[in-house]
Design a protein around this ligand. Structure first.
Ligand code: NDP
Length: 480
């Protein structure tokens, strides 16, 4: 049994309480490691280490910081197989996906921000004959980063890398449900020579140790990715303390398919945007709207493709649908399928829990599920399910589909399929979401602003937006 340790002041240590929580392998439902059940005392230790480290880390040259972050990026890449296996076992996602997406992207996050900081510049504003203003951007101090379980190392590093690149010291908490790759990252940070205290990773429960990060007076900014209701709790604590806040929250994303789309590309991509990572990606398109003239064709082709998807051992090469991350999340997904039936929906494919044979018989698996016949404003179509469940709905006009798409409280991402450029531009401009993909999905340029509108969050990550978030701007005005 592996015992995960906290990474504080450059050391891998036990939680002060010596208490641990069980960590499950969702593929077989067994406990396979122990996680520190950290509390406020561990956060205080981490904070003091970060505070001490800040005075020198914030003054390192950009070159020096960049070099260390590049070293971490390289080590992640060199350990790709080990990290991908750990991610798959901890999360239930297909190993192939972890190898192709999660771990390469974690390495890329460090590489991207190691180089971005070398190109980051601040503005100057001249008032001719009067004065010159210039903006200084300085690291904030000790910042908190809290991330979810769906893309564990990918999203953890997406926060940590810009925070460190900008010269901050970090107290970070991965999800207690998927802590393993964050633990392995701490070993790589030691190997890379990251000075003690610059990054501290404290494991444990969100409502306990996560909350201690949020309410700590010395931690000046919180970058959080997770559910909207957790974001609300965090905002209630951090808001009155005037902390800088970046909240990347839930979504209920529309996938809008017009009859004039590139049909084959759309169908292939829609399979992924619906069910990749068991539908547990905040950017998955869970509400599919199809122009009526191709509705029946789409329905039969989509069901045919989905019925061929292989559900199974996440470690097998041909598995397309792995395990759901936890027993409680599996139950939440099944309860939404039940709700869809009560709301009058018809399950046209899937809808059931899957029991695998042999040693995986206690794992958490759900069939990819397609539901039709629901109103756009019912709970199934308004609330985030975050699993392998999509609804399909026909539409007749652009105004109608825009009304459906924009009817939820969320505004994270949308996908539009059409070969008509004017239509694409119009629909994209009217959609209430932070990201719109036209004729593609999950294509990511790390320089672009990333984040949601409405209840999907506040602030943007990515590119210089992240470096702006993790720095404090100061205007200096010099009279001529
Ligand atoms: P949660 O909100 O439950 O948890 C996110 C993180 O916050 C975890 O580390 C959790 O710890 C911690 N946490 C929980 N309660 C508190 C608290 N009171 N104070 C501080 N920290 C806390 O989200 P999930 O992990 O369930 O992730 C799924 C959600 O994340 C979905 O809603 C999804 O849409 C969203 N998401 C959004 C993305 C975006 O970019 N907008 C990207 C990916 C996911 P613990 O695990 O121990 O509870």
């Amino acid at each position: 049994m592996i015992t995960i340790k906290n990474y504080i002041n450059g050391q891998l240590i036990d939680p002060i309480s010596k208490n641990y929580i069980d960590n499950y392998n969702p593929a077989n439902g067994e406990v396979y490691s122990l996680i520190p059940d950290s509390d406020g005392n561990d956060i205080e230790l981490a904070y003091q280490a970060a505070k001490t480290a800040f005075s020198s880390w914030s003054k390192t040259s950009l070159d020096e910081r960049s070099d260390i972050l590049l070293k971490i990026s390289e080590l992640i890449y060199l350990n790709l197989d080990k990290l991908a296996l750990a991610e798959s076992i901890d999360n239930g996602k297909p190993l192939k996906l972890a190898k192709r997406v999660d771990i390469p992207r974690a390495s890329q996050n460090f590489k991207f921000f190691a180089t971005a900081i070398m190109n980051f510049a601040s503005e100057s504003h001249e008032m001719p004959g009067v004065a010159l203003n210039y903006t200084l951007r300085r690291p904030i101090g000790v910042v908190g980063c809290i991330s979810p379980w769906n893309l564990p190392l990918y999203l953890f590093t997406w926060k940590i890398a810009p925070a460190l690149a900008a010269g901050n010291c970090v107290v970070a908490k991965p999800s207690e449900i998927t802590p393993m790759t964050a633990f392995l990252l701490s070993e790589l940070c030691i190997e890379a020579g990251l000075p003690p205290g610059v990054l501290n990773i404290v494991h444990g429960l969100g409502g306990k140790v996560g909350n201690e990060i949020v309410k700590h007076k010395g931690i000046k900014a919180i970058s959080f990715t997770g559910g909207t209701s957790t974001g609300e709790i965090i905002a209630k604590t951090a808001g009155p303390m005037f902390k800088k806040l970046s909240l990347e929250l839930g979504g209920k994303n529309p996938n809008i398919i017009f009859a004039d789309c590139d049909y084959d590309k759309m169908l292939k991509t829609t399979l992924l945007s619906s069910f990749a990572n068991q539908g547990q990606i905040c950017l998955c398109g869970s509400r599919i709207f199809i122009e009526r003239e191709i509705y029946d064709k789409f329905k039969s082709d989509f069901v045919s493709k989905v019925s061929k998807m292989i559900i199974g051992n996440p470690l097998n090469d041909n598995t397309q649908i792995g395990a759901i991350v936890s027993k409680s999340h599996k139950e939440k997904i099944l309860s939404y399928i039940q709700l869809a039936k009560e709301e009058g929906g018809t399950i046209i494919y899937g809808g059931n829990e899957v029991k695998l044979e042999g040693e995986l018989s206690e794992g958490f698996y759900v069939e990819p599920t397609i539901i039709e016949g629901l109103k756009h404003d019912c709970r199934t179509n308004q609330e985030e399910i975050f699993g392998p469940v999509v609804t399909i709905t026909p539409f007749d006009t652009i105004d109608e589909v825009l009304m459906y798409a924009n009817s939820t409280e969320y505004g994270l991402a949308s996908t539009v399929w059409t070969t008509n450029l004017n239509k694409a531009n119009y629909v994209a401009s009217e959609l209430q979401s932070g990201i719109v993909w036209v004729n593609c999905w999950l294509v990511r340029d790390l320089r672009t602003p990333f984040g949601g509108m409405k209840s999907s969050g506040i602030g943007r990550e990515g590119g210089f937006e992240a470096l702006k978030f993790f720095t404090e701007a100061k205007n200096i005005c010099i009279s001529y």
